[in-house]
Design a protein around this ligand. Structure first.
Ligand SMILES: [Ca+2]
Ligand SMILES: [Ca+2]
Ligand SMILES: [Ca+2]
Length: 510
């Protein structure tokens, strides 16, 4: 046992001599490498500014530890305190180890772990560099700060809509939304001062469609509420939207406190979205008389158009002759309550309403930087918009129509909604996400290195062998293995595939 320590000291010594006898440029290269890995560490997460976790090599840990060695590890660093975490930390709490034989220590793998507090946090980078370079040290890293995952915000206990459609479950599977996706909200404007919205709203494209100005101040509150449902910020306060990240663009089409608008203004809004390439549009207005001109404008638009079914409690198959069921990129949404039945005010229609979504007493952002609940099909449509935005962000190979089909083919089918809409179901983001994970892929597409049409641990193992140099891939396999298209196959590609297999990170086949 002692000999292993002597060997390790010898190795240390040999390395020291070797390093010190290298030409200056090699030393510089080593420093640069250490510098690079320290910078990477400090950029990879939030951490306590003046604390470092140090794991010693096995040869200097536990039974083999020697006070002199330990001191020499920490001596070059100006520290406030050094705590050995692997000592019994509960002694202060009066706990006694009544059965020392019962202590569970894996002697084969045991290593001492220390928490080092620096005198001066500005020394963090330098201290990490010194520790990493020390051959008695196995690991030195910042004391990272961690948070529980898939939590919402404090007021989210009112947001029953989130879990109803599987928001948190979808986040856990890597579907969180991205700012790449632009959502246009044709509505009454937005509370431009709302602290829970500001980070996901884009004011460079925001526009007052009617007055042709950039002032999109909310005249009614309706638009502010919709924005919160789609993309309120996950920031530890208030509420959250279905998208952790998204780009929302207020397109103001109403100017009175009632929030009225006209078909011509709506058409201008749709044209604006087409011109600026906005991916998805939300229109939550009761279309009491159907306009074929609006239909044409939506057909001209290449994005996804989502509207509310209206709040008259009517069968719009009967009342709204010629509603938009012939327009491929248009989805019509009715409202459900938390018990998954139709809200009594919600219009329905076996042909003209596509699906239902939560829209009764849902909770979101309100004007003057406040929060509250609201009901209406107006608030069901934005949840479909939000789900579409999440899917578009991650399944980037899908067309607008494929996104629509993905949502409609994967609703939660509910007897209470049967015959009331095309799908007979309620929006389920998590069902759509699961359908993407279980879909068969083209052979040798991204990640499918063995060409089986699915991504499994066999694919990840081949990737590992490729980057370790123990497997020679065919050209096809090489393309499939470079998942992030960096030009080389590395451990990053491997990790991406492992995470795909664990269903925590999704990437499209191309
Ligand atoms: Ca929030
Ligand atoms: Ca495969
Ligand atoms: Ca790669």
């Amino acid at each position: 046992m002692k000999s292993s320590k002597i060997i390790s000291l010898l190795i240390c010594f040999v390395i020291l001599i070797a390093v010190s006898s290298f030409p200056v440029s090699v030393n510089a290269a080593v420093d640069e490498q250490v510098n690079e890995s320290v910078t990477k560490m400090l950029n990879s997460g939030e951490y306590i500014a003046d604390e470092i976790l140090v794991t010693l090599k096995k040869e200097v840990s536990g039974l083999y530890s020697n006070r002199q060695t330990i001191e020499s590890v920490f001596e070059p660093i100006s520290s406030e305190s050094i705590v050995k975490l692997t000592d019994n930390p509960f002694a202060d709490k009066g706990a006694e180890v009544s059965n020392p034989e019962g202590v569970l220590v894996n002697t084969d793998n045991y290593r001492d772990i220390y928490l080092l507090k620096l005198k001066d946090e500005s020394e963090m980078k330098k201290a990490l560099g010194i520790l990493i370079n020390n051959c008695d040290v196995e690991i030195a890293e910042p004391n990272y700060i961690l948070y529980p995952d898939a939590t919402y915000d404090p007021l989210s206990n009112n947001q029953w809509q989130l879990d109803k459609i599987g928001t948190g479950a979808s986040w856990d599977k890597g579907f969180t939304g991205k700012s790449d996706v632009q959502v246009g909200i044709l509505d009454t404007g937005i509370d431009t001062g709302h602290t829970d919205l500001v980070s996901n709203v884009d004011y460079t494209l925001a526009w007052d469609i009617y007055l042709n100005t950039s002032d999109v101040t909310d005249v009614n509150g309706h638009g502010t509420f919709i924005a919160g449902l789609i993309g309120a910020d996950l920031n530890g306060s208030g509420v959250v939207g279905v998208n952790k990240a998204v780009t929302m663009i207020p397109l103001k089409i109403s100017h009175d406190a009632q929030g009225s608008s006209t078909i011509s203004t709506m058409i201008s809004g749709v044209n604006y979205a087409a011109l600026y390439g906005i991916d998805i549009l939300n229109l939550s207005y009761t279309l009491s008389s159907m306009s074929t001109t609006l239909e044409q404008a939506v057909q001209n638009y290449g994005g996804l158009f989502v509207s509310s079914a209206g709040n008259d409690g009517d069968d719009i198959d009967v009342n709204m002759n010629g509603h938009c069921n012939n327009v491929q990129n248009w989805i019509v949404v009715g409202a459900t309550q938390s018990n998954d039945t139709r809200a009594s005010f919600s219009n329905y229609g076996a042909t003209y309403v596509d699906l239902f979504a939560p829209g009764y007493s849902v909770y979101s952002t309100k004007r003057n930087n406040t929060y509250g609940s609201g009901s209406g099909t107006s608030f069901a449509a934005p949840l479909v918009v939000a789900a579409a935005a999440v899917l578009m962000a991650h399944a980037t190979d899908l067309s607008v129509i494929q996104i629509k089909d993905l949502l409609l083919n994967n609703v939660a089918a509910l007897p209470a909604l049967s015959g009331l809409c095309v799908t007979g179901g309620r929006l389920s983001l998590i069902n759509a996400v699961n359908a993407l994970y279980s879909a068969t892929r083209p052979a040798y597409s991204k990640g499918d290195v063995n060409g089986s049409g699915t991504i499994t641990s066999s694919d990840s193992l081949i990737i590992k062998r490729i980057y370790l140099g123990t497997y020679t891939p065919t050209p096809k396999q090489l393309v499939a293995a470079d998942v992030n298209k960096s030009g080389t196959v590395t451990s990053i590609d491997y990790i991406m595939v492992v995470r795909y297999c664990n269903e925590t990170y999704y990437f499209p086949p191309y």
